[in-house]
Design a protein around this ligand. Structure first.
Ligand SMILES: [Fe+2]
Length: 282
């Protein structure tokens, strides 16, 4: 579950029903040593993952050294299981967008991502998982599809992909591609964590908006089952909810639904391509 201060007490009261917490790293960039020690204590009770939103790994403006240093400080102090950041740009050289924006999908942005991931890995000491984002516009200046762009980045960087299934669902609906075919084309060995979330259909604009304020739709659980069945290995699934939380029980029910989806997928896992036989004893 995504750790959010508004529901922190309810999360702490229900840690026995939560397997992993994802903490927004940027919220702790200015944190005191004491606050980070509190996070470290929490990480001893439940595995923590740090999630960045403001580095802008896919932007041509340099990743601010101060932000990277802050990420490294938190990582070192809290010792989470891993960390992640988005394949987005969030600033130009003069403007902070306050938004995860999709960069042009072309060879130049692939090179930029590879260089930024390399720098981030050297600063923090651990490579971040890279998250696919939702976008309502096809980025101008693109000559690659989203899938080809992601594949190129995975070839250029050793990092894993944090696969956001609602972002795939929303982009597929909004830009007219097949979400299942998209998932089927991703390299399984590079994905071991996924995001699930909900959004809303805007009648006015005729688009699905990824707002993290609504329950996870059935279609996303369907994608989770499909991906997990193909993957056939343990996956970490994180529920992202940024507001209108409703009851804690309803959020925990979404975690249970994700667990049930994984369990169902496991029972229907695809046959392994290679069959291993026990050698006959002499
Ligand atoms: Fe996400």
């Amino acid at each position: 579950m995504g750790w959010r201060p508004e529901i922190a007490p309810a999360i702490l009261n229900n840690l026995h029903r939560i397997d992993v917490l994802e903490v927004l790293a940027d919220d702790y960039f200015g944190a005191s040593k004491r606050e980070l020690d509190a996070l470290r204590s929490l990480s001893r009770e439940v595995p923590l993952i740090l999630h960045g939103v403001g580095l802008g790994l896919a932007g041509t403006a340099p990743v601010p050294a101060k932000r990277l240093a802050a990420m490294a400080r938190i990582f070192e102090r809290v010792q989470p299981e891993s960390w992640s950041e988005h394949l987005a740009f969030v600033r130009t050289r003069t403007v902070e967008l306050g938004h995860l924006a999709a960069p042009p999908r072309n060879a130049v942005s692939v090179e930029v991502v590879a260089a930024n991931i390399d720098q981030a890995t050297r600063t923090v000491g651990v490579s971040p998982a890279m998250e696919n984002i939702a976008t309502l516009v096809e980025p101008p200046g693109s000559d690659l599809t989203e899938l080809d762009w992601l594949q190129s980045i995975l070839q250029a960087c050793p990092s894993r992909l944090l696969l956001d299934l609602h972002n795939v669902h929303a982009n597929a609906l909004n830009h007219g591609y097949d979400a299942e075919a998209f998932l089927d084309s991703l390299p399984l060995g590079r994905v071991d964590s996924l995001h699930i979330a909900g959004g809303f259909w805007s009648e006015h604009d005729g688009v699905l908006v990824d707002d993290h304020l609504h329950p996870v739709p059935e279609a996303v659980y369907g994608l989770l089952v499909r991906f997990a069945r193909r993957s056939g290995k343990p996956l970490t699934v994180i529920l992202e909810r940024d507001g209108r939380y409703g009851s804690m029980e309803s959020l925990l029910a979404e975690l249970d639904a994700a667990r049930a989806a994984l369990a169902g997928a496991e029972s229907q896992a695809e046959e392994p391509a290679v069959e291993f036989r026990r050698e006959a004893l002499p």
